[in-house]
Design a protein around this ligand. Sequence first.
Ligand SMILES: Cc1ncc(COP(=O)(O)O)c(C=O)c1O
Length: 412
Amino acid sequence: MSLYKFTKSNQMFQRATAVIPSGISGNKNPAFAVPGTFPYFAERGEGCRYWDVDGNEYIDFLCGYGPIILGHNHPAVDEAARKQQKQGSAFNHPTPRSVELAEKLVAMIPVADWVAIGRNGSDVTAYAVQVAREHTQRNKIIMARGAYHGSQAWCRHGIGGLIEADYEHVHQFTFNDATELEDLVKKHEGDVATIILTPYHHPAFGDQEMPAPGFMEEVRRICDEHGIVFIIDDVRAGFRLDMRGSNEYFGYKPDLICFCKGMANGYCVSAACGNREYKNAASRVFFTGTYYTNAVEIAASMACLDELEKTKAIDKMMRMGTMLQEGLRERAKANGIEVNVTGPPTLPFMTFAAETNFRRSQLFSGEAARRGVILHPHHNWFMMAAHEESDIRQTLEVADKCFSIVKKQFGD
Ligand SMILES: Cc1ncc(COP(=O)(O)O)c(C=O)c1O
C-alpha cells in the first residue's frame, strides 16, 4: 500500500493563509494535530468515510469533532433538511419546527421542562451560565481543571484577546475531588452561581476519567446545600451515552443540561435544557443570534434524533466502540506496548503509558492517517452509527502496523 500524500491539502493551506487568519482557525489548524501528517481540507463524505482534497479515503473516528453521529451524508437527515429548505428557513419568526424540537427534547430528557435552541455548543454553555447567574444573582462559576466548555472568554480556553476580568469569577478544581470542590465553594460562600461539569471528564491532552463512585452525588449535595445551579455540559458526549442525557447513563441529576454535537448529524443546532425552577431566569436572559431559529437545521435535528432512537444507534456504537477499544488493547500488547484506552466505548481515546510528551501518539496517529484511519493524537475520538465491524477490523490492522512503528522508534 502506498502511503497517502497531502499535496493538495498543503497547496490549499498556502492559499488559505493569504486570506484567512492562520489559514485554518482554532482546533482544526494543523498545529493542533501534527503538521504534515494529516489532511487539512476535506472534500466529501459518505457513511463512516470521507475523502480529502487529494482524493485520499479515511475511516473517520473524529466525526467532525463529534457532530457526525449517524454517518456523513445521512439520507433521512438530509431529506428532512431538503424538505424544509423547500419551504424556507430564515424568517422574521421561528417556525413550528422550533416548538416541535423543544417538545421532543422535553419528552425525551427527564431534566428538561424547557429548551432554548442555539447554534453552537458555546452559545448554550454561555447561556446556561448566565441563567445560573440570573437565577442566583451571584457571580462565581466553578469548573473542572482541563475541561473545555467552548471558545468564549468566560471559560478561559480562548487564546488571545483575553483580559483578566474575563475570568476573574471563574474558579477551577480537580475533577473527582469533592473535598477541593467543597472547600472552593466555602471560600466563596454565597457567591457561587454554578458548578459546570461535563458528564464525565474528557480533557484534551489527557486520559478520560469517569466520575468516581459517589462524586456526582457529592456535587449534587453541595449544590443543594449552597443554593448552586448544577450544569452538565453534554455538548460532546450527548446522545452517545443515553438519549435521555449522559447524566442518566451515570445516574445523577443536574439542573441544566447543554447539548450540541450529536443532535443534528452535522447541522448546526444546540440546546440548553432545564427544569422548571429555572424557566423564569431563562426567560430573562437575552438569548438570540441571526440563525438561532433557522428551520432547516432544526428539522434535520428532529430527523437525527428520531433516527438515533429508531435504530438504537447508541447500542450499535457501544458494540463497535467496545470492539475498537478491546482490539487496540490486544494489538498494543501483542506489539509489546502498554496503552491506556479510556472513556466510554462510544467516545474512546488512547494514550501510551510510557508517554511524557505525546510523541508516540503523534507518530501513531500520523501513521494511521497516512494509511486511511483518522485517530486524533490529543483529542478523544467518536464513534458513529455507520461504523461496521469490517471498518473496525480494517482500523485494527492499521493500528497493528502503527504500533509496530512506535515500538521500533521508541521501544515501548
Ligand atoms: C464539552 C464541550 N463544551 C462546549 C463545546 C463548545 O462547542 P462549540 O465548539 O460548538 O461552540 C465543546 C466543543 O468541542 C465541547 O466539547
